[in-house]
Design a protein around this ligand. Structure first.
Ligand SMILES: [Zn+2]
Ligand SMILES: [Zn+2]
Length: 306
C-alpha cells in the first residue's frame, strides 16, 4: 500500500476553470461501454464469472435504454422549481409507487434469463420475475432509497439494474443547464450518492474530476482533493494497492475528517477505465481499505455483497 496523506495529488496541479458542471448520461452507449469493459477486465481475473455476469447485465441495461417507451420526461416546470430551490431535478421519493417503473423493471428482467449465472442467482431471478406488484414495489422502493436488504441482496440486484437503467434514461432527458449543485456527495439529477469519481482526460476539461451517481449515472464536477462525503479539503490523502502509488490509476481518496473513503479513477491516465466496471474489478482496493479505520462512502449496488 502506498500512503500520501501529506502530499497533494500531483496531477491536480494546473486546475480547471472551464469544466462543465454536469455530463448527463447517454445510457445506451454508457452501458454498452461498461459491458465491453467488464468483459475485458474478466480476462484472467479471479472475479471473471461475476464480471461476465455484470457484462450481460450492462448489455441488457443498454438494450432497455434503447427502447425507452414508458419512461417519463421530467416536466419543465418541475425542473425549473428544483433549479431555483437548489434541489435535485428528480424527486426520487415520487417514483416509489409508480406503476410505470414497475412495468419497466418487468420488461427488463426477462432480458437476463440467458445470462450464465449460479443456480442460486437463477432462482433469485425467477422469484423476482414472479413477484406480485406489492413485492416488486417494495424492492423498487428499497433500491430508490439505496437500501438493499442483505438477506435478499441477489433479488434486489436485478431490480437495482433495471432501476439504474430507468433512472439513467430519465436523467439523460434532463436539461443540463438547469442542474445546480445540491450539496456535497449528492447527485444534482436525482439526489443519489456517488459510486466514486473519475478524473477525465477529454473535452477541454482534462484533469477535471467528476463524481458519478450510482443511481442515474450523471457525472457532476467536484474540485480535486476534496472529500466526496463531508466536503472537507483537509486531511485528504490517497492510497492504492500498487506499491508505487504514483502509477496507480485507481486510488482510494481517504478523509481523516469523517473517516470515509471513495474510489477515484484516473481516466486521464487510462482512458479505458469505467466507473462501474473498474469499481467492481478493483475489489482488491476495497479489501485493503476494509482493514483500515476508513469506511467506504461510495455506493455501488453491484459491490454490496463483497
Ligand atoms: Zn443521480
Ligand atoms: Zn470526509
Amino acid at each position: 500500500m502506498s500512503t500520501s496523506n501529506v502530499q497533494p495529488d500531483p496531477s491536480m496541479i494546473g486546475g480547471i476553470s472551464k469544466a462543465p458542471f454536469v455530463f448527463l448520461p447517454n445510457p445506451g452507449r454508457l452501458f454498452r461501454d461498461s459491458a465491453s469493459r467488464y468483459e475485458r477486465l474478466a480476462e484472467g481475473e479471479r472475479l471473471a464469472p461475476y464480471l461476465r455476469f455484470l457484462a450481460g447485465i450492462a448489455r441488457a441495461q443498454s438494450n432497455l435504454s434503447d427502447m425507452p417507451n414508458d419512461i417519463p420526461l421530467i416536466p419543465a416546470d418541475v425542473l425549473e422549481r428544483a433549479s431555483i430551490s437548489s434541489m435535485p431535478a428528480i424527486d426520487r421519493s415520487q417514483f416509489h409507487d409508480r406503476a410505470g417503473m414497475r412495468e419497466v423493471v418487468r420488461r427488463f428482467l426477462p432480458m437476463l434469463d440467458d445470462l450464465v449465472k449460479p443456480a442460486s442467482a437463477q432462482q433469485a431471478l425467477a422469484l423476482v420475475k414472479s413477484a406480485g406488484d406489492d413485492d416488486l414495489d417494495w424492492m423498487v422502493a428499497n433500491v430508490m432509497a439505496d437500501h438493499l436488504p442483505p438477506d435478499s441482496l441477489a433479488h434486489h440486484l436485478y431490480v437495482a439494474a433495471g432501476v439504474q437503467a430507468y433512472m439513467a434514461v430519465v436523467a439523460s432527458r434532463l436539461v443540463a443547464s438547469k442542474l445546480v449543485p445540491v450539496s456535497m456527495g449528492v447527485c444534482p439529477s436525482c439526489g443519489g450518492r456517488p459510486i466514486g469519481s473519475i478524473v477525465i482526460g477529454f473535452q477541454g476539461a482534462e484533469g477535471a474530476r467528476y463524481a458519478v451517481c450510482g443511481c442515474c449515472l450523471t457525472r457532476w464536477n467536484e474540485v480535486r482533493v476534496k472529500c466526496l462525503s463531508c466536503g472537507s479539503t483537509k486531511g485528504v490523502g490517497y492510497r492504492s494497492v500498487e506499491s508505487n502509488g504514483e502509477d496507480a490509476t485507481v486510488k482510494a481518496e481517504v478523509c481523516d475528517q469523517c473517516a470515509s473513503w471513495t474510489k477515484i479513477l484516473y481516466q486521464n491516465k487510462n482512458p479505458s477505465l469505467d466507473m462501474m466496471a473498474d469499481d467492481v474489478a478493483s475489489l482488491g482496493l476495497d479489501l485493503l481499505m476494509a482493514s483500515t479505520e476508513y469506511r467506504r462512502a461510495g455506493y455501488n449496488p453491484f459491490l454490496i455483497g463483497y
